[in-house]
Design a binder for this molecule. Structure first.
Ligand SMILES: C[S@@+](CC[C@H](N)C(=O)[O-])C[C@H]1O[C@@H](n2cnc3c(N)ncnc32)[C@H](O)[C@@H]1O
Length: 329
């Protein structure tokens, strides 16, 4: 079989249809909107997504599936016009409230779905769809984004095909059918003649997601549907044994009631940096395993004096880090 003959969009659609992760109604997103508004404006994900956006010669934006506007609001000050589209009216209400509070006047919200006609939406320089491409027909959706963009389209899509982590699935002993992974999207773009560039960005840390046991269970059931009593029990036990269900940094900083915004920002950075460090260590561990295997394979085949990875340097850096975090008074 030749690669060119594979219909990746057909494969995408079949797996999307079969997947355990069902698409949500706009009413379900309406209900989710207020809690999203509390936590999504500040995240590693926003920072990383925005850092990768090159806004050179970009003046206008369409943000599809904009949610409460965590990206739209941040981009508005850099652009002349932002169109923020979402089919959840509550998301857009909250976005408009935030814009008003921040005195942002160049955002126009559009209450439409992926499946409505976008004929009356103007062309823009940049179209983004961030974490909002849970669509039945990926090619159709990509075409729709492309049609509105004068210069560029930037999308983000989950890696791994599951909204629930492997350890939680193991606790539940549930067989799930994953949704199509990001590689389908890349292949569909390739078949459309689009050579996309790909970057990997991190999403929110665990601390911000599981702020209480109830919220944790709610979030699992949001992803995989209603849970049986025994499944809820298993999740409760799992949650009780987690050592990372500390207070989120946001609620911690809020609880200090600091009136000086600069001080608030300073303290917040001091605390959230620990989560960033933890995320980086988690990224490092699988890389370390891979490098070790590669090194062992290398010496098996051709033992010589070559250094595959600069481990001496890494050991020195890690020693410095251990000293840094030891016994700070
Ligand atoms: C996970 S949120 C992403 C929000 C934001 N873009 C971000 O990256 O944080 C997904 C958003 O897509 C919206 N959405 C889901 N299905 C949609 C559809 N069929 N049409 C329009 N918006 C949709 C939801 O209402 C929600 O606001």
């Amino acid at each position: 079989m030749r690669f060119e003959n594979i219909d990746f969009n057909k494969l995408y659609m079949e797996q999307k249809e079969a997947s355990t992760f069902k698409m949500k109604s706009k009413e379900a997103w309406d209900i989710k909107a207020d809690s999203m508004n509390k936590k999504v404006h500040k995240s590693i994900y926003n920072e990383q997504f925005l850092k990768l956006l090159n806004l050179e010669k970009i003046d206008t934006l369409l943000d599809v599936g904009c949610g409460v506007g965590n990206l739209s609001l941040k981009l508005a000050s850099k652009l002349s016009k932002v169109y923020s589209l979402d089919y959840s009216s509550r998301m857009l209400e909250l976005l408009n409230e935030s814009a008003k509070k921040e005195n942002i006047k160049n955002i126009k919200t559009i209450n439409k779905s992926w499946y409505d006609s976008w004929d009356d939406i103007p062309m823009v320089d940049l179209v983004i769809a961030s974490r909002s491409m849970e669509v039945q027909n990926m090619k159709e959706a990509l075409d729709k984004l492309n049609e509105k963009a004068n210069k560029k389209v930037v999308i983000s899509y989950k890696v791994g095909g599951s909204f629930v982590s492997e350890d939680i699935l193991e606790v539940l002993q549930k067989n799930i059918i994953k949704k199509p992974d990001y590689i389908y999207v890349l292949n569909i773009l390739y078949s459309m003649g689009i050579n996309a560039s790909v970057n990997f960005v991190q999403s929110e840390g665990r601390g911000t997601i599981y702020s209480s046991k109830e919220k944790f269970i709610e979030s699992v059931s949001w992803s995989i549907g209603s849970l049986r009593d025994d499944e809820i029990k298993k999740l409760e036990n799992y949650y009780d044994n987690l050592d990372e269900n500390e207070e989120s940094s946001q609620s911690y900083v809020d609880s200090l009631n600091l009136s000086d915004p600069a001080l608030k920002q300073f303290v917040d950075t001091r605390i959230t940096d620990f989560d960033k460090i933890e995320d980086k260590i988690n990224t490092l561990l699988p890389l370390l395993k891979k490098a070790k295997t590669e090194t062992m394979d290398y010496y098996k085949i051709s033992p010589d004096f070559q250094i595959k990875y600069g481990t001496d340097l890494a050991v020195d850096y890690l020693d410095d880090l251990i000293t840094l975090f030891k016994d700070k008074k």
